[in-house]
Design a protein around this ligand. Structure first.
Ligand code: CA
Length: 254
């Protein structure tokens, strides 16, 4: 049997925090909760969690700062943001800081659980892939042909070329890797939600794909040839439109 997934809840509003603790405990999760941003960051620094539920407006240290510091340390654990209604700029900033998805308060329990389970499922599948494939995984790609000298490192989460470098969030890295793996056809939003976010529940409605995609495209503008990497195929989704090859010395056959 798999061990119980470990969840950290960072939320200062006691009724919401207690409700979430009850909900996740009742579903067999190992739950820890804190009411303060600094305490949240301290826990994240000391422990490894399978999922983090992070409020944005927090005493001590706000949720966005917690998230930025957490991701800056290279931690890839999925983060689900809890945002206030109408706080659109928080959502954008949160995704920029590396959140995987968000729910707006007041949120439905079923919806929250479906997302939490999806993110966990994806995380586990990813960890398993890493373990099984080991050094034979392809994680470095040369994009746009040899002459372009542009490299994507999907593990270290950056795109590099002789004159510059762009850092990716875990979710952006996952989107790019998925599109490259299916470059021969368009990939729909629904497919991305299922395969990149792990959301199997078709009733989940979220703008998270569009928001991540807008941010990723914004970053690609700085990359040579990058603006042409992801094409929108009307009514069908997105297609990776550049040449992507495993880097010769990337350890694919090591
Ligand atoms: Ca709050």
């Amino acid at each position: 049997m798999q061990r119980a997934p470990r969840v950290l809840i960072v939320e200062d509003e006691a009724p919401i925090r207690d409700g979430l603790v009850d909900l996740f405990s009742g579903q067999g999760f190992t739950v820890e909760s804190v009411a303060d941003g600094r305490e949240g960051l301290a826990r994240l620094t000391c422990n490894q969690y399978d999922l983090v539920l992070l409020d944005i407006m927090l005493p001590g240290l706000d949720g966005l700062s917690v998230l930025r510091r957490f991701r800056a340390r290279g931690d890839l654990s999925p983060v689900l943001m809890l945002t206030a209604k109408g706080a659109e700029s928080d959502i954008v900033a949160g995704i920029e800081a590396g959140a995987d998805d968000y729910v707006t308060k007041p949120f439905g329990i079923r919806e929250l659980l479906a997302r939490a389970r999806g993110l966990l499922r994806r995380q586990r599948a990813h960890a398993q892939q890493r373990q099984q494939a080991g050094a034979h995984r392809t994680t470095r790609f040369v994009i746009g042909g040899d002459a372009s000298q542009v490299t994507l490192d999907a593990d270290r989460l950056h795109i590099e070329w002789p004159a510059g470098r762009v850092t990716l969030t875990p979710r952006e890295g996952a989107i790019l890797t998925y599109l490259i793996g299916h470059h021969h056809r368009p990939v729909s939003r629904g497919e991305l939600l299922t395969d990149v976010w792990g959301y199997r529940d078709g009733s989940i409605r979220t703008r998270t794909v569009d928001m991540h995609m807008a941010q990723l495209r914004g970053k690609l503008k700085a990359v040579p040839g990058g603006p042409k990497w992801i094409a929108t195929v009307r009514g069908r989704g997105y297609r990776f439109d550049a040449k992507a090859e495993p880097e010769a010395n990337a350890g694919v056959y090591r």
